[in-house]
Structure formats: C-alpha cells, structure tokens
Design a protein around this ligand. Structure first.
Ligand code: ASP
Length: 334
C-alpha cells in the first residue's frame, strides 16, 4: 500500500500576517510524519510525530500557546483512533501535559478505557512515564495578552488579531495499510473551565475506519458535536461510489447556504473536484455543508479515503492544511 498523510492547523479567519507561520508549521508537520512513513514506519508514529510539531508551534491552538480558559489557563484535549480496530484513546481537560497527543496514544495503547479527563488523566500520564509540566509553561505571551483584553472587555476575535489559532489534526495510512486519525486542541478562548469540545470525542472531532477512511475536524465544537461530523464524513465516504477517473460533472450541490471553500489538485470548469480524489472531496464538502445547513456554524475537516486519497473542505475564510500528493510532492495551503 502506498503511504498517505494529510494534516491541518485549523479553520478560522487566519489573517495574512499568520499565513507564513501556519504554512511552515503544516509543512514541518508533514515532513515529520512523512519521514517516518517513507522509511516504512507506522501510521500511528506518523500522526503522533506530525501532531507534536503542531502542538509545539504556538501559532496553532494545541499544546503550547493554546487559547486560555476563563481562569487564564491552558486546558487541552486530544484523541487518536485506529481505523483497523475502531479503538480510540482520548484525554481531555489537561492542564499539565505538554504534548496531549502523546497521552492520547498512551490511553489507546495502555489503558482499558477510551477516554480519561482532568486529574485522573494526568495521574495516568505520570504513572505511564509522561512528565507533567507547570501549567504556566503552556501559556504564550500572545495568548496571555489576548486573554487579558478579553477579561477586561469581553471575549472578541479582534483581541486575537495576528495570532488566531486553530485545532490541529492528522490522518495517515502506512505501507501495511494501517489507518490512524488524530486531533489535538486547546479548545475555544475564554471557555468555562472543564468545557470539552468536539475534538477528543470519537465520531465528532475525529474518526477512522479502515473500511472507509479517516477524518479530523476543526471549528465550533458545540456545533460539530450536533452532527457528529467526523463519523458523518466517514459515512459519506462509505456511501459514495468508487472513485471516478474521467472528471465527471456531478450535479452541483444545491443546498450550500454559505460560502463553501474546497479546492483540489484538479477541478473541472464548474470548480468541482475531479480525478482520483473526487469522492474524497465530495464527502468532505457534504459534511461541511451539513454543518452549515443544520447548525449555521463554521468549521472544516480533512480526510483520507481508504485508498489514501485526500479530501478537505471548510466554510471559514481560510484553513491551514498540507498533504502529500500522489507524485510525492508536498501540497501546503492556507
Ligand atoms: N473544535 C475545537 C473546539 O471546539 C476548536 C477548533 O477547532 O478550533 O474545541
């Protein structure tokens, strides 16, 4: 099986001044994952390595530099899912874990449960050999300033101008055909302490089934949960016919109520995807369309179908993402 990898750094109104950092962060994440896959390594190692890069980069809302909650603390959530076994490992409301994806993986591999939260999750991390950090080590200067402005005034996107951030995610298939998907986030700015969004919830922020594909979502968590977006997108992958190779012109989706942006390496004259990733792109679009239509919220997702074809869609002004094209070249976009 040909390995495949796609990553994202969130779907938001990414300002021009943050585009460079988002692009280079996604590219470095792709590099980290691809160097594992191209040496015959596992998809699990690849998604973990890619997400660690994104968590360590403060331009993204995961790990160091995440948005702060109402108390001024970083509180992170993460999940990783095995498409072969349908088993997932997740951890949420973490305040002392530098790389939440490492703990999610440890839950997947060593815990009898699928999800741990808060103090119990951190105790499990310590017992498993994952070092706990000082909560203050996860707070960036930019986020502290934005949080102070939000607390003095009210929470406003304008206070984050220049460093709006997004949740991160990765999906990979390795040469043995193993499929893993992962998502990591600091959640939303000024959230109530203890709030958990879609990201670490199986089927909402992440899903993987080797029989169909894997998905990682980003956007307004309370809305994404309503339509169980990651599982819904995987089910769209399941439902669509086999990939077309001759640039068909399907009926244009007619129910798109707000601007839906999705691009692919090849599009036909109508702006619809065509080529090998046609049905991956259509499944991604349909899921984001459903989010817009049924919840009027914004967000986006990336996916790989079971053959490794990439798909992505978002109804925000921008989404940061990168994937390895079939010819081995890196495609990065914001
Ligand atoms: N979905 C995340 C959450 O609601 C936020 C994001 O994707 O940026 O926690």
């Amino acid at each position: 099986m040909k390995p495949a990898l796609i990553v994202h750094g969130g779907a938001w109104d990414i300002p021009d001044e943050a585009v460079g950092a988002c692009t280079s962060g996604c590219r470095r994440a792709l590099d980290a994952g691809w160097s594992i896959l191209s040496r015959g390594g596992s998809a699990l190692d690849a998604v973990e390595a890619a997400i660690v890069v994104l968590e360590d980069e403060p331009v993204f809302d995961a790990g160091f530099g995440s948005h702060l909650n109402l108390d001024g603390r970083v509180e992170c959530d993460a999940i990783v899912m095995n498409g072969g076994t349908l088993r997932s490992g997740a951890a949420a409301a973490l305040q002392r874990i530098r790389n939440p994806i490492r703990l999610a993986r440890t839950v997947l591999e060593r815990c009898p449960h699928s999800m741990l939260v808060g103090e119990g999750a951190e105790r499990f991390a310590k017992e498993s050999g994952i070092a706990l950090c000082d909560p203050a080590d996860l707070v960036s200067d930019a986020e502290r300033e934005a949080w102070q402005l939000c607390s003095q005034d009210k929470h406003a996107a304008a206070h984050h101008r220049g460093h709006e951030q997004g949740t991160v995610g990765a999906i990979s298939i390795d040469s043995r055909g193993q499929l893993f998907a992962a998502t990591s986030t600091g959640g939303t700015c000024c959230k109530l302490p203890g709030r958990v969004g879609d990201s670490p919830l199986i089927g909402c922020g992440c899903y993987a089934d080797s029989a169909a594909g894997g998905v990682s979502c980003t956007g307004y968590g309370e809305a994404i949960m309503k339509i169980v977006m990651a599982k819904t997108a995987v089910d769209f992958l399941r439902a669509v016919p086999a990939p077309q190779h001759d640039c068909p012109v399907p009926e244009k989706p007619s129910r798109v109520s707000i601007r839906l942006v999705a691009g692919s390496a090849s599009e036909d004259a109508e702006g619809l995807p065509c080529g090998e990733n046609f049905h991956a792109m259509m499944a991604a679009r349909e899921a984001v369309h459903l989010l817009a239509h049924r919840t009027h919220a914004t967000g986006g997702l990336i996916l790989l179908d079971r053959e490794g074809n990439p798909g992505f869609a978002f109804n925000t002004p921008r989404m940061a993402y990168a994937y390895v094209a079939p010819d081995g070249s890196f495609v990065t976009s914001v």
